[in-house]
Design a protein around this ligand. Structure first.
Ligand SMILES: Cc1ncc(COP(=O)(O)O)c(C=O)c1O
Length: 244
Protein backbone atom coordinates (compact mmCIF):
# COMPACT_ATOMS: atom_id res chain seq x y z
CA UNK A 1 0.00 0.00 0.00
CA UNK A 2 1.44 3.38 -0.94
CA UNK A 3 1.51 6.27 1.54
CA UNK A 4 -0.24 9.53 0.65
CA UNK A 5 2.12 12.38 -0.08
CA UNK A 6 1.28 15.87 1.26
CA UNK A 7 -0.08 16.92 -2.13
CA UNK A 8 -2.31 13.84 -2.46
CA UNK A 9 -3.57 14.31 1.09
CA UNK A 10 -4.52 17.93 0.26
CA UNK A 11 -6.27 16.78 -2.87
CA UNK A 12 -8.11 14.08 -0.96
CA UNK A 13 -9.22 16.64 1.61
CA UNK A 14 -10.52 18.98 -1.13
CA UNK A 15 -12.34 16.12 -2.86
CA UNK A 16 -13.88 15.00 0.40
CA UNK A 17 -14.99 18.57 1.27
CA UNK A 18 -16.53 18.98 -2.21
CA UNK A 19 -18.37 15.65 -1.87
CA UNK A 20 -19.68 16.64 1.55
CA UNK A 21 -20.88 20.01 0.20
CA UNK A 22 -22.65 18.28 -2.68
CA UNK A 23 -24.17 15.72 -0.31
CA UNK A 24 -25.49 18.51 1.92
CA UNK A 25 -26.83 20.65 -0.99
CA UNK A 26 -28.84 17.66 -2.25
CA UNK A 27 -30.63 17.35 1.11
CA UNK A 28 -32.56 20.58 1.74
CA UNK A 29 -35.41 18.85 3.59
CA UNK A 30 -32.95 17.25 6.01
CA UNK A 31 -31.42 20.69 6.60
CA UNK A 32 -34.90 22.13 7.34
CA UNK A 33 -35.64 19.26 9.78
CA UNK A 34 -32.41 20.02 11.61
CA UNK A 35 -33.29 23.71 11.94
CA UNK A 36 -36.74 22.83 13.28
CA UNK A 37 -35.36 20.21 15.68
CA UNK A 38 -32.90 22.71 17.15
CA UNK A 39 -35.85 24.34 18.97
CA UNK A 40 -36.61 21.23 20.99
CA UNK A 41 -33.44 19.11 21.01
CA UNK A 42 -29.92 20.17 21.98
CA UNK A 43 -27.80 20.38 18.79
CA UNK A 44 -30.99 19.53 16.88
CA UNK A 45 -30.67 15.75 17.29
CA UNK A 46 -32.29 13.14 19.54
CA UNK A 47 -28.88 11.84 20.75
CA UNK A 48 -25.99 14.30 20.99
CA UNK A 49 -23.47 12.16 19.06
CA UNK A 50 -25.69 12.17 15.95
CA UNK A 51 -24.76 15.69 14.87
CA UNK A 52 -21.06 15.02 14.37
CA UNK A 53 -21.02 11.36 13.45
CA UNK A 54 -20.17 12.24 9.83
CA UNK A 55 -18.58 15.22 8.07
CA UNK A 56 -22.00 16.28 6.76
CA UNK A 57 -25.04 17.32 8.85
CA UNK A 58 -27.39 14.54 9.98
CA UNK A 59 -29.68 12.93 7.42
CA UNK A 60 -33.27 12.46 8.61
CA UNK A 61 -34.58 9.00 7.84
CA UNK A 62 -38.14 8.04 6.97
CA UNK A 63 -37.94 4.23 6.84
CA UNK A 64 -35.84 1.19 6.04
CA UNK A 65 -36.51 -2.20 4.43
CA UNK A 66 -33.95 -4.99 4.55
CA UNK A 67 -30.55 -3.59 3.53
CA UNK A 68 -31.91 -0.22 2.30
CA UNK A 69 -33.27 2.95 3.85
CA UNK A 70 -34.65 6.29 2.64
CA UNK A 71 -34.32 9.89 3.80
CA UNK A 72 -36.79 12.81 3.90
CA UNK A 73 -35.36 14.13 0.59
CA UNK A 74 -36.24 10.83 -1.10
CA UNK A 75 -32.69 9.47 -1.39
CA UNK A 76 -32.30 5.71 -1.21
CA UNK A 77 -29.28 4.22 0.58
CA UNK A 78 -27.76 0.76 0.56
CA UNK A 79 -26.86 0.19 4.18
CA UNK A 80 -23.53 -1.56 4.73
CA UNK A 81 -23.42 -0.39 8.34
CA UNK A 82 -26.82 -1.52 9.72
CA UNK A 83 -26.68 0.83 12.70
CA UNK A 84 -23.28 -0.32 13.91
CA UNK A 85 -24.52 -3.92 13.45
CA UNK A 86 -27.32 -3.42 15.98
CA UNK A 87 -29.81 -3.92 13.12
CA UNK A 88 -27.95 -6.99 11.84
CA UNK A 89 -31.17 -8.66 10.62
CA UNK A 90 -31.76 -5.67 8.34
CA UNK A 91 -34.43 -2.99 8.68
CA UNK A 92 -37.97 -4.07 9.58
CA UNK A 93 -37.43 -7.85 9.17
CA UNK A 94 -40.98 -9.34 8.85
CA UNK A 95 -40.63 -12.07 11.56
CA UNK A 96 -39.35 -9.48 14.08
CA UNK A 97 -42.07 -6.98 13.11
CA UNK A 98 -44.73 -9.69 13.56
CA UNK A 99 -43.35 -10.79 16.96
CA UNK A 100 -43.08 -7.22 18.28
CA UNK A 101 -46.56 -6.32 16.97
CA UNK A 102 -48.04 -9.39 18.66
CA UNK A 103 -46.29 -8.54 21.91
CA UNK A 104 -47.54 -4.95 21.82
CA UNK A 105 -51.07 -6.22 21.19
CA UNK A 106 -50.79 -8.28 24.39
CA UNK A 107 -49.28 -5.39 26.38
CA UNK A 108 -45.55 -5.03 26.94
CA UNK A 109 -44.88 -3.49 30.34
CA UNK A 110 -46.19 -4.88 33.62
CA UNK A 111 -43.34 -4.22 36.09
CA UNK A 112 -43.34 -7.99 36.55
CA UNK A 113 -41.47 -10.52 34.42
CA UNK A 114 -43.09 -11.62 31.18
CA UNK A 115 -42.77 -15.35 30.63
CA UNK A 116 -41.11 -14.80 27.22
CA UNK A 117 -37.97 -13.78 29.12
CA UNK A 118 -37.34 -17.39 30.18
CA UNK A 119 -36.90 -19.02 26.74
CA UNK A 120 -34.89 -15.97 25.60
CA UNK A 121 -32.48 -16.30 28.56
CA UNK A 122 -32.25 -20.07 28.00
CA UNK A 123 -31.47 -19.54 24.32
CA UNK A 124 -28.79 -16.92 25.10
CA UNK A 125 -27.23 -19.15 27.76
CA UNK A 126 -27.01 -22.03 25.30
CA UNK A 127 -25.74 -19.88 22.44
CA UNK A 128 -23.06 -17.95 24.33
CA UNK A 129 -22.20 -20.42 27.11
CA UNK A 130 -22.84 -17.81 29.82
CA UNK A 131 -25.18 -19.20 32.48
CA UNK A 132 -27.03 -16.11 33.79
CA UNK A 133 -28.71 -13.25 31.88
CA UNK A 134 -30.30 -9.92 32.77
CA UNK A 135 -31.93 -7.49 30.37
CA UNK A 136 -31.43 -3.76 29.89
CA UNK A 137 -32.66 -1.31 27.30
CA UNK A 138 -29.24 -0.13 26.12
CA UNK A 139 -25.59 -1.12 26.09
CA UNK A 140 -24.86 1.94 28.24
CA UNK A 141 -27.14 0.61 30.92
CA UNK A 142 -25.73 -2.92 30.62
CA UNK A 143 -22.17 -1.61 31.01
CA UNK A 144 -23.16 0.59 33.96
CA UNK A 145 -24.65 -2.45 35.69
CA UNK A 146 -21.72 -4.74 34.93
CA UNK A 147 -19.23 -2.20 36.30
CA UNK A 148 -21.19 -2.00 39.55
CA UNK A 149 -21.42 -5.81 39.79
CA UNK A 150 -17.66 -6.17 39.17
CA UNK A 151 -16.77 -3.49 41.72
CA UNK A 152 -19.00 -5.15 44.26
CA UNK A 153 -17.66 -8.66 43.58
CA UNK A 154 -13.97 -7.69 43.54
CA UNK A 155 -14.03 -4.82 46.06
CA UNK A 156 -11.83 -2.96 43.57
CA UNK A 157 -12.57 0.32 41.85
CA UNK A 158 -10.58 0.62 38.63
CA UNK A 159 -12.18 0.03 35.23
CA UNK A 160 -9.76 -0.91 32.44
CA UNK A 161 -10.65 -0.07 28.83
CA UNK A 162 -8.74 -0.04 25.54
CA UNK A 163 -7.79 2.94 23.39
CA UNK A 164 -10.32 3.62 20.63
CA UNK A 165 -13.19 2.11 22.62
CA UNK A 166 -16.73 3.30 22.97
CA UNK A 167 -18.85 1.64 25.63
CA UNK A 168 -21.77 4.05 25.66
CA UNK A 169 -22.31 7.07 27.85
CA UNK A 170 -20.81 5.47 30.96
CA UNK A 171 -18.83 7.95 33.08
CA UNK A 172 -16.17 5.42 34.10
CA UNK A 173 -15.28 4.72 30.47
CA UNK A 174 -15.13 8.34 29.27
CA UNK A 175 -11.44 8.81 29.77
CA UNK A 176 -8.85 8.97 27.00
CA UNK A 177 -5.07 8.80 26.73
CA UNK A 178 -3.60 12.10 25.55
CA UNK A 179 0.19 12.28 25.25
CA UNK A 180 0.44 9.43 27.75
CA UNK A 181 -1.84 11.21 30.25
CA UNK A 182 -5.38 10.17 31.21
CA UNK A 183 -7.88 12.96 30.68
CA UNK A 184 -11.70 13.12 30.90
CA UNK A 185 -13.26 12.78 27.45
CA UNK A 186 -16.18 15.19 28.06
CA UNK A 187 -17.13 18.13 30.24
CA UNK A 188 -19.34 17.45 33.24
CA UNK A 189 -17.74 14.21 34.43
CA UNK A 190 -17.09 13.72 38.15
CA UNK A 191 -13.75 15.15 39.34
CA UNK A 192 -10.93 12.60 39.52
CA UNK A 193 -12.69 10.19 37.16
CA UNK A 194 -9.35 9.46 35.49
CA UNK A 195 -8.07 7.93 38.75
CA UNK A 196 -10.69 5.19 38.52
CA UNK A 197 -10.07 4.33 34.89
CA UNK A 198 -7.07 2.86 33.09
CA UNK A 199 -6.72 3.06 29.30
CA UNK A 200 -4.42 0.58 27.53
CA UNK A 201 -3.42 0.55 23.83
CA UNK A 202 -5.26 -2.17 21.90
CA UNK A 203 -3.17 -5.24 21.07
CA UNK A 204 -0.46 -4.33 23.58
CA UNK A 205 -0.48 -7.33 25.93
CA UNK A 206 2.60 -6.06 27.81
CA UNK A 207 0.87 -2.77 28.59
CA UNK A 208 -2.18 -4.72 29.70
CA UNK A 209 -0.09 -6.85 32.05
CA UNK A 210 1.49 -3.71 33.54
CA UNK A 211 -1.93 -2.10 34.00
CA UNK A 212 -3.27 -5.19 35.78
CA UNK A 213 -0.18 -5.65 37.96
CA UNK A 214 -1.25 -3.38 40.87
CA UNK A 215 -4.22 -5.71 41.45
CA UNK A 216 -6.80 -2.91 41.69
CA UNK A 217 -8.70 -3.50 38.43
CA UNK A 218 -12.34 -4.52 38.95
CA UNK A 219 -12.96 -5.44 35.32
CA UNK A 220 -11.59 -5.22 31.78
CA UNK A 221 -14.31 -3.86 29.53
CA UNK A 222 -13.76 -4.66 25.86
CA UNK A 223 -15.34 -5.64 22.60
CA UNK A 224 -14.00 -8.75 20.85
CA UNK A 225 -12.73 -6.34 18.16
CA UNK A 226 -12.56 -2.55 18.43
CA UNK A 227 -15.41 -1.40 16.20
CA UNK A 228 -15.58 2.28 17.03
CA UNK A 229 -12.18 3.22 15.55
CA UNK A 230 -12.28 1.28 12.35
CA UNK A 231 -12.39 -2.50 12.81
CA UNK A 232 -9.33 -3.56 14.81
CA UNK A 233 -9.07 -7.31 15.33
CA UNK A 234 -7.12 -8.72 18.28
CA UNK A 235 -3.73 -10.14 17.34
CA UNK A 236 -3.66 -13.96 17.36
CA UNK A 237 -3.13 -15.28 20.88
CA UNK A 238 -3.71 -11.96 22.66
CA UNK A 239 -7.09 -12.90 24.11
CA UNK A 240 -5.59 -16.11 25.54
CA UNK A 241 -2.76 -14.10 27.08
CA UNK A 242 -5.23 -11.58 28.58
CA UNK A 243 -7.28 -14.35 30.11
CA UNK A 244 -4.14 -15.81 31.70
C1 LIG B 1 -19.29 -1.24 21.62
C2 LIG B 1 -20.43 -0.36 22.04
N1 LIG B 1 -20.80 -0.36 23.33
C3 LIG B 1 -21.82 0.44 23.75
C4 LIG B 1 -22.50 1.27 22.87
C5 LIG B 1 -23.64 2.12 23.39
O1 LIG B 1 -24.86 1.55 23.06
P1 LIG B 1 -26.24 2.16 23.55
O2 LIG B 1 -26.53 3.31 22.63
O3 LIG B 1 -27.21 1.03 23.40
O4 LIG B 1 -26.11 2.61 24.96
C6 LIG B 1 -22.16 1.28 21.51
C7 LIG B 1 -22.88 2.15 20.57
O5 LIG B 1 -22.44 2.42 19.46
C8 LIG B 1 -21.08 0.48 21.09
O6 LIG B 1 -20.68 0.47 19.81
Amino acid sequence: MSHLTGIEADRLERLSAAENDRFEAERPVSRARLERARHTMPRGVPSSWMDDLYEHPPVWITHGVGARFWDVDGHEYVDFYVADLSAFCGHGPPPVVAAVAERMRLGNQFLQPGEDAIPVAEHLAERYGMPKWQFTLSATQANTEVIRIARNATERQVVLVFEGKYHGHVDATMVVLEDGRLVPEYDGLPGGIEKQTRVVPWNDADALERALAPGDVALVLTEPAITNSGFLLPQPGSTRRCAA
